[in-house]
Design a binder for this molecule. Structure first.
Ligand SMILES: [Zn+2]
Length: 342
C-alpha cells in the first residue's frame, strides 16, 4: 500500500510543470487551425485553444504555472488585441489550471461543477506540500551537492547551479498560483454564443478525471479534448481523481463517430482526429492483453512484468504504464470481465 501511495504522489507531482523546462523561456508556438481558431503548443503544460470573435476571445486551459499563463496570454496578444472574455478549464490537473493567475482578473472561468471541489480536495493540499516540503527539501539537497564541488568554475558546478536557480525561480513562480472559483459551472452541457461563434461544452462522464469536459467549437468542427487524449505518450490514470477507463473508451469511440475534423488533445500533436481512435485502441489493446494474462492465471505483478514499454509506439510518461495496468486490472476485477467488453 505504501508503494502505491508513493507512486501516486510522484505521479501527481509530475502533473506540475518541469522546472527545468519552464526555465527555458522560448516563445510559445501558435497554430492556426481554422478561421479565427488557434491552438498553442505548450510544452510546459497542456495544449491551449483560443477562438477570436468580434466580442472577445475564448481560451481553453491556462497552462501549468502563473508564468506559463502569462506566456499564453502574450502568445494570444500577438494574434489579437481583443480582450480575453472566457477561460474554459478542461479538468483539475495542475498543468491545465495553475496558469490562471497569469490571466487578466476580469475573465470569466467556466468549468465542470466538480472542479472547485476537486481543487480543494486535491490541488490545494498538494501544492502546499510541494511548496513547503518537497521543493525546499529538493533545494536543500541540491545545495548540499553544490557544497561538495570545490571547483566553482567547473562545468559540473555551473550546470548544478543552473538547476538550483531554475528550481528557486520555479518556487517563486508557483507561489503565485491562485485557486479561483469558476464563475460559471455546469453539470452535463453548457452552450453559449459569443458574436457569431457557438461554443458547446459537454461533460461525457468520468474518463481521465471525474470533472473532464470536452470543448466543441461548433462553427469549425474542432474539439479540445483535454486529457481524454494523450497523443503519442502514455496517459495519466489517477484513481483518486475518478479515472474510469471503460467509460473513457466509450467517450472516445462516440466522439470519433461525430462530425469532427480536428482534435486538440490535452497533450501531444495538435490536429489529428485519428488520435481519438489511437487513444481508444491503446486502452482496448492493453485491456485485452491484461485480460488474457489474467485468464492464464497470472497475478498483477506477473502481468506488469509481461507487458513492457517497448510493446507500444509511445514516448513520454513511461512511468505511467504500470499504473495504467494496475487501474485496468482493478476495473476488470471490480466491474466484471464479461461486462468489460468492447
Ligand atoms: Zn490531466
Amino acid at each position: 500500500m505504501m508503494r502505491i501511495i508513493f507512486v501516486l504522489l510522484v505521479s501527481i507531482l509530475s502533473l506540475f510543470a518541469n522546472p527545468i523546462a519552464s526555465a527555458a523561456q522560448d516563445k510559445l508556438e501558435v497554430v492556426e487551425l481554422d478561421y479565427n481558431l488557434y491552438a498553442i503548443i505548450n510544452p510546459q503544460g497542456g495544449n491551449i485553444a483560443f477562438l477570436v470573435t468580434r466580442k472577445g476571445v475564448v481560451v481553453v486551459d491556462a497552462g501549468s504555472t502563473p508564468q506559463n499563463g502569462r506566456d499564453i496570454v502574450e502568445a494570444i496578444r500577438a494574434i489579437t488585441r481583443k480582450p480575453i472574455k472566457y477561460l474554459i478549464i478542461t479538468h483539475l490537473h495542475g498543468d491545465h489550471v495553475n496558469g490562471i493567475a497569469g490571466f487578466p482578473q476580469d475573465i470569466k472561468i467556466i468549468a465542470h461543477k466538480d472542479l472547485e471541489k476537486n481543487n480543494e480536495i486535491f490541488n490545494q493540499e498538494n501544492l502546499a506540500n510541494y511548496m513547503e516540503n518537497v521543493l525546499p527539501e529538493h533545494l536543500a539537497s541540491l545545495k548540499k551537492q553544490l557544497d561538495t564541488i570545490s571547483d566553482t568554475d567547473s562545468q559540473e558546478y555551473g550546470e548544478l547551479m543552473n538547476t538550483y536557480n531554475a528550481h528557486v525561480d520555479y518556487l517563486e513562480n508557483i507561489k503565485q498560483i491562485e485557486f479561483r472559483k469558476p464563475d460559471i459551472v455546469f453539470e452535463d452541457y453548457y452552450r453559449f454564443k459569443l458574436a457569431d461563434e457557438r461554443i458547446m461544452l459537454e461533460y461525457p462522464g468520468p474518463g481521465h478525471t471525474s470533472d473532464n469536459i470536452v470543448v466543441k467549437f461548433s462553427n469549425h468542427n474542432v474539439i479540445h479534448t483535454g486529457d481524454l487524449v494523450f497523443d503519442g505518450s502514455f496517459p495519466y490514470l489517477i484513481i483518486e481523481h475518478g479515472v474510469d477507463v471503460y467509460n473513457w473508451v466509450r467517450i472516445l469511440d462516440d466522439l470519433y463517430k461525430e462530425n469532427i475534423n480536428t482534435v486538440i488533445p490535452g497533450h501531444g500533436e495538435i490536429g489529428r482526429k485519428i488520435a481519438l481512435k489511437d487513444q481508444s485502441d491503446y486502452f482496448k489493446n492493453l485491456s485485452h492483453r491484461i485480460e488474457a494474462l489474467m485468464n492464464a492465471g497470472h497475478d498483477l505483478n506477473e502481468i506488469k512484468k509481461r507487458i513492457s514499454i517497448s510493446d507500444f509506439r509511445l514516448k513520454g510518461n513511461e512511468d505511467q504504464l504500470p499504473i495504467n495496468i494496475e487501474v485496468i486490472y482493478s476495473e476488470l476485477n471490480n466491474k466484471g470481465r464479461d461486462w468489460w467488453k468492447f
